[in-house]
Design a protein around this ligand. Sequence first.
Ligand SMILES: Nc1ncnc2c1ncn2[C@@H]1O[C@H](COP(=O)(O)OP(=O)(O)OP(=O)(O)O)[C@@H](O)[C@H]1O
Ligand SMILES: [Mg+2]
Length: 797
Amino acid sequence: MSAERLGRIVEDAASEVFVFTADDFRFLLVNRGARENLGLSAEELAKLHPWDLKPDYNETQFRQFVQPLIDNELDKLQFETVHERKDGSVYNVDVSLQLITSGDKPMFYASIRDVTEQRKVLRDLEAATAQLDAILNNTTMAVFMMDEHQHCSFMNRAAEEMTGFTFEETRGRPLHDVIHHHHPDGTPFPIEDCPIDRAFPEDYQSQGEEVFIHKDGHFYNVGFTASPMKDALGKTIGTVIEARNIDDELEARKALNAFNEELRHRVDKAMAEREALEMQLVQAQKMEAIGQLTGGIAHDFNNLLQVIGGNLQLLHADPAIAGKNAERVGHAISGVERGAKLATQLLAFGRQQPLSPEPVNAGRIIRGMDDMFRRTLGELVEIETVVAAGLWNCLVDPRHLENVLLNLVINARDAMGGEGTLTVEAGNASLDDEYIQSNPDAQAGQYVVIAVTDDGCGIPESDLAKVFEPFFTTKETGKGTGLGLSMVFGFVKQSGGHIAIYSEVGEGTTVRIYLPRTRAEEPVGRRESETFVTKGNNEVVLVVEDDKEVRATVLEMLSTLGYQAVEAENADAALAIVNCGIAIDLLFTDVVMPGELKSTELARMAQKRLPNLAVLFTSGYTQNAIVHAGRLDDGVELISKPYTAERLSQKIRSVLAKAGASPAGEPAPEKSADERQEEAGTQRAKRILVVEDEVFIRMSLTELLEGFGHEIVEAGSLKGARQHFAESEFDMVITDLSLPDGNAGEFIRELTGASGDLAIVIATGGVLPDDIAAHGLPVLRKPFSDDEVREIVGRVA
Ligand SMILES: Nc1ncnc2c1ncn2[C@@H]1O[C@H](COP(=O)(O)OP(=O)(O)OP(=O)(O)O)[C@@H](O)[C@H]1O
Ligand SMILES: [Mg+2]
């Protein structure tokens, strides 16, 4: 190879080449790579020495450093140092220096690699390793590494702390054999089953929870991830395992699970309660809706009955109707009566029946009905009556309460098939907020609770919600109307109470009615009747009764009870007896009798004459003339037919007691002319405005009133009525409540304000709204009989 060619190769070599003399250290050759890197030209370099390029060496140091080569002690010097460029920057170099001899002249040959980049990589690597160490040793996660033989090749500080072993103790050992060889129950744990150790041979990442054994022998729970480690070529070379002690976490998880379980339980319970409540609410709303519906139907039904009944009564009074036809009219009238009874029951369910609540001792009512219960239930049913000591009084209509109890007892009888035990209990009860929460239709407060329990067939769950609905019956056709419990329900609700039913099929049924407590005492007569013997003291009783047979029976009853009885067959005759000055203690009169003079008129006149006279009315009707606005008139005493001698005597005692102790028959003060005219029973003809949109009711009422000798003007609307009032004067107005052009409330207010002399009567088949009831006006309840019309017109005029 020629020298020139050799020179070219050196000049173009990738590494930097320096050749300098061994005696005076002058550069003979610096190849292009070196020149370019240093930024120096060959001319510049020719004036420099090697130590001029090496900031780490001065001349002396460099000469000493290379001396072993000159002395032939070394073949080659391999060292690292720094070269400085012309611009002052430096770079790391790896120098290989040899002494070569060309001819007889020794010279140095230096081959130099720029290792700046390499140095940097190394430094970075060291920094990364330090960082990694810092991370691994400061993390709380235990980190293990296993080599391809599943032997431990690394453990960080956290791993040492967790296992109790130092890395030195586990290095090179199968980790499984050190920390994972047994199950907590003492059975061996073969490495083949270990999910951590399978990660390597099966080359997948596994995660899970395991139980490790501490160096001191105790077991602890760990959560782990075992991942295969790959080299740069993707070959699996071992496993890295991260693990942490999860004892506390498991404890917390257990607590959390328990908490969640409890929470779910509570939520389920709350949901169930809510659902039950919603069901109850829906049921209550349904009953409310049916109540309004039936009340409305009863109201309209009463209107219809009025049309039919009114016309039938006119027919009945018509002398032209006789024989078979009269009989037919009679049948039709009794049909209307049956219809009216049904309407009464529906009104009861619709909470619109007229009630006269008064303080009542339920225990007394129950004991008083004992006989009736026995007769109703038959001999094979045992009756137990339990009345709590200190029973409060409740505020209800006692007559209706008796009816309610009888209904419940009849249901019990039917359920027991005539044989079993009936228990009737009365006690005090306070319904608290908790009870109200689960029974939203009840109101918190103090109640008297009456429970009627039988051990009969019970009621299937599916029927329980329906038993209070009108017309729900499981009894065969003709045996039950399905209105019994509906009436009970309506009564209890209307009385401000609450009803609950509990039943189990085959075991029996309990119906509890909660009636609102009152702190008031029972009326005197009632309390007395409980304790006192109810015989008379020869008091004089004037019996006014048109039915001859009834009269005879009453007379006999009274004389056995210890009274002296005087009889009259109508009001006029009775008034004559009163006026003739006999000392009379009690006037006992039928409400509705033929004749001009009304029983209420009679009572008023008789009491004027005899101020201490006690008055007791009797009637076969439930809706009679002396019931108005849902209540009995204040101070009016009534005994309903049929009555027993015992009840009659109790009633008479109480009425007499109330009338006071002053001697009967005291002469009355001088009478005015007006009073005398009244006594004569003459009724002046009146001018009456009838306001009613139902044309048939209006017609028959008009015909009836005209028959009584009054002058009638008709109006079918409020507008018409107002017009008539503007045009002329009236003594009386009889008005329906709801009219096509509005409600009569406003009209009635106008009338009551306008003239004090005007008599106002409300004719309705429904219940009075509160604002109208507040006027205390007399009410003609549809369907009304002609007697009732006559009576009310006579009374209010
Ligand atoms: N004590 C009870 N034991 C079992 N079932 C009862 C009891 N009370 C009521 N029932 C059921 O409730 C239904 C409705 O009772 P409800 O008193 O309203 O009507 P009824 O007795 O069938 O007819 P009504 O009372 O009008 O003559 C009954 O048909 C019966 O199925
Ligand atoms: Mg019944």
